[in-house]
Write a protein that binds this ligand. Structure first.
Ligand code: NAD
Length: 248
């Protein structure tokens, strides 16, 4: 079994879906977890439901000051920081690029790209100060390597995360901080549920070789492997959990 005893982890976007599953698996595997999300009441309820002394903080990852405060909270409340999962993300508007709403473009880039930069920018010095190195996983998507009609901002941000992951891994290998990206295909979460009617959902299920969507837990098991010492030689790379979507 993978264990994270003595480690502190931050998971962003942890009140729902994939982030919630990751926070739960980390906590059940011995980590002290700080759940960060937009809504304090929802995040506190999620931390309570997880148990294992999980903590909650309200933080909008698109605001560098709030991200700095999030990292400070992890360090002051637990004594250090070792693991970070940059999971918070939004789908944004669906529209052809020639009609793409400018405010929607900026919001998606602010959350899905700038939010990940801010997370690493503030967590890495704290990981270095903790003295034991660290591990970071950035949640990209299959749309980090292939396109999807109408989703230019999301596709651009998720592609950019692969470059950002490689850059961070090279810059901090000497600090014993590993950085990897994960690319899920369609995962059954509130984000997908909100965006799709039943027919579209059926069609999307059929686009995976395994003819279904994944579960948040199936993403979490890959993320926890990458965060663990079992992945000690894995850094700067992109790992799919996509039911064969991109193999076709
Ligand atoms: P979700 O909507 O269920 O959960 C996302 C959480 O992030 C929500 O609780 C939301 O409040 C939070 N969040 C949104 N903006 C935030 C911000 N600015 N600051 C802090 N928190 C914020 O979504 P999910 O499906 O679990 O997605 C999680 C991640 O996985 C996202 O990065 C998404 O792009 C990625 N992803 C999802 C799928 C999928 O099919 N569900 C596929 C590939 C990648």
């Amino acid at each position: 079994d993978i264990r994270f005893d003595g480690k502190t982890a931050i998971v962003t976007g942890a009140a729902s879906g994939i982030g919630l599953a990751i926070a739960r698996e980390l906590a059940e595997s011995g980590a002290r977890v700080l759940l960060a999300d937009l809504d304090m009441a929802k995040t506190t309820a999620a931390a309570r439901a997880i148990g294992h002394d999980a903590l909650a903080i309200a933080a909008d990852v698109s605001d560098a000051h709030q991200v700095a405060r999030m990292v400070d909270a992890a360090v002051t409340r637990t004594g250090g920081l070792h693991l970070l999962v940059n999971n918070a993300g939004i789908g944004g508007p669906l529209a052809p690029l020639g009609e793409y709403p400018l405010d929607g473009w900026h919001r998606v880039i602010d959350v899905n790209l700038h939010g990940v930069f801010y997370g690493m920018r503030h967590a890495i010095p704290a990981m270095k100060a903790s003295g034991a190195g660290g591990a970071i996983v950035n949640i990209s998507s299959i749309l980090g390597t292939v396109g999807f009609a109408g989703a230019s901002a999301y596709v651009a941000a998720k592609h950019a995360l692969l470059g950002l992951t490689r850059a961070a891994a090279l810059d901090h290998a000497a600090d014993k901080i590993r950085v990897n990206a994960v690319g899920p295909a369609f995962i059954h979460t509130p984000l997908v549920e909100a965006a799709l009617d039943a027919d579209t959902r059926k069609a999307l299920e059929g686009m995976h070789a395994l003819k279904r969507m994944g579960t948040p837990e199936e993403v979490s098991s890959l993320v926890c492997y990458l965060l663990s010492d079992r992945a000690a030689f894995v850094t700067g790379s992109y790992h799919l959990v996509d039911g064969g979507y991109t193999a076709q």
